[in-house]
Design a protein around this ligand. Sequence first.
Ligand code: FES
Length: 113
Amino acid sequence: MNGQAGGQFIPVARLSDLDARGRAVVRVGDTNIALVRVGEQVFALADTCPHRGGPLSQGDVAGHLLHCPLHAWPFDVRTGTCPERPGVRVRIYEVALRGDEILVDASGSFPAV
Ligand code: FES
């Protein structure tokens, strides 16, 4: 479990819904949220890259860095920050696991930069 169930956690998917790369995109309200599994943890962040809208869920992961598939800007899935571009950030969502179920705190947050 990445987060503690204290916010507006809602079930969005099951671990079995993640694809072979440990990814899924879920729709919460009017936002597409990318689920990204790294090791035994699942992270959630807005699927839309703040640069030009690339689908972050389709990017490659190295460690905890998710690289946008369009221009390779890296985003830390733990914090939403872009280590190469100070001030650039993507909204992140706390994740909780309940058995096979993946829950996200739909309120989301922007990382402090
Ligand atoms: S659209 Fe993501 S780096 Fe350009």
